[in-house]
Design a protein around this ligand. Structure first.
Ligand code: FAD
Length: 355
């Protein structure tokens, strides 16, 4: 069973930490699991699936072997199902900020929520970096971050009874706008153009609510802000007609999508080439720091192709490469999942009878 940790700030001593819960990080759990290595998986996002879920959950992928077509979400769901026997623990909504070698050869790992790990091996499956919300660039706005300006909704109840302006034209902006109608004092959706990226059904619902005077849609862009008694009190919004209007508010929610940042990974003493981690060989996909492996889109080596199937292959070899750090006295043999009773045991399946 996959376990989602609900206690950030805890301490875990483990054999393997996987940084990144994209498709490759998830499959790394599987490959480690076959070698009886249990993993903790950390992702800065609140959901697993990496780019597949964040950028194209409902778009079909056609080049996963033996799956003629599946969406990004379906691939993720399938991987979660496949790794269930291995009982990985997921720590979501927290970015790994610190990776440091200890004197005993293991590593200290820490996240933004204060969760700490001591681990024998690390698998960096961080893709294009950790996704961070794109911020609104308006003079003086950043000092209201977290008090009146929000890029994520962690506690929806704090917006009840407030005058809200919600910016963006994608699913997050529309979903939250629809969610807050009836709960907030007022809801204004602000988008820079008439076209929306959000699901057509949500757009239709929003337009109906505007017609019913339950909420308001403004097409325009924030060009400035007004403060009163140290509080953000109004936005100046310039419309397509070039006219600037004042929009009073209590709170601003901005959903401009997410952009990936290599972020803290650059500070862990690993060899980096054009924002990717160099692996020292393609037998193990180990980085220049022994015990730290890099798999999936985050790594680079001659001939690298940023494809999911390449990441899966890398995860298999990295798991074998890591095993000697965890079981120094054990000889590791490759076995087939079809025929190996040992693998059937770890997978929790019955061994078939071959004639
Ligand atoms: C529109 C689009 C279509 C695509 N179509 C295909 C296709 O058809 N076939 C194909 O093979 N590939 C396709 N790809 C590429 C494919 O999605 C990537 O190759 C794949 O997602 C890489 O997986 P990954 O696990 O390495 O990284 P990612 O999917 O990027 O996941 C990395 C995860 O690591 C997390 N992370 C990063 N840094 C940290 C940190 N410090 N702490 C905590 N978490 C962190 C991120 O939040 C993210 O969730 C497509 C990509 C896009 C954008």
């Amino acid at each position: 069973m996959n376990i989602v940790s609900t206690t950030p700030g805890g301490f875990h001593e483990t054999d393997a930490v996987i940084i990144g819960a994209g498709p490759v990080g998830l499959f790394q759990v599987f490959e480690l699991g076959l070698l009886e290595i249990k993993a903790h998986v950390i992702d800065s996002l609140n959901a697993v699936g990496g780019q597949c879920v964040e950028l194209y959950p409902d778009k079909p992928i056609y080049d996963i072997p033996a799956i003629p077509s599946c969406t990004g979400q379906e691939l993720t769901d399938g991987l979660l199902k496949q790794i269930e026997p291995f009982g990985a623990t997921f720590h979501l909504g927290q970015e790994v900020t610190l990776v440091q070698k200890r004197e005993d050869g293991r590593f200290d790992v820490e996240t933004t929520l204060g969760t700490k790990f001591i681990t024998k091996t690390i698998f960096i499956a961080a893709g294009v970096g950790s996704f961070q919300p794109r911020t609104m660039k308006v003079d003086g706005l950043d000092k209201f971050d977290g008090s009146q300006v929000f890029y994520r909704v962690k506690n929806p109840a704090q917006f009840d009874g407030k005058n809200l302006v919600i910016c963006g034209g994608g699913d997050s902006a529309l979903d939250w706008a629809l969610n807050f109608v009836g709960k907030a004092e007022s809801v204004v959706l602000l988008h820079r153009r008439e076209d929306f990226r959000a699901a057509p059904a949500s757009v239709a619902k929003m337009k109906q609510l505007c017609e019913d005077y339950e909420m308001q849609l403004i097409i325009g862009q924030v060009s400035g802000i007004e403060e009163k008694d140290g509080q953000l009190s109004e936005l100046r919004v310039t419309g397509a007609d070039g006219v600037t209007r004042r929009v009073p508010l209590d709170m601003l929610l901005v959903f401009y999508g997410l952009s990936p940042k290599l972020g803290p990974i650059a500070e862990w003493g690993l060899d980096i080439e054009r924002k990717q981690l160099k692996v020292v060989n393609t037998e193990k996909f180990e980085t220049n720091v022994p015990g730290i492996f890099a798999v999936g889109d985050i790594n680079t080596y001659p001939g690298k192709k940023k494809l999911i199937l390449s990441g899966f292959h890398e995860a298999a070899l990295a798991a074998f490469g890591a095993a000697p750090y965890i079981f120094p006295d054990k000889k590791i043999h490759m076995q087939y999942t079809t025929t190996s009773p040992k693998l059937h045991k770890v997978l929790g399946v019955e061994s078939p009878v071959f004639d």
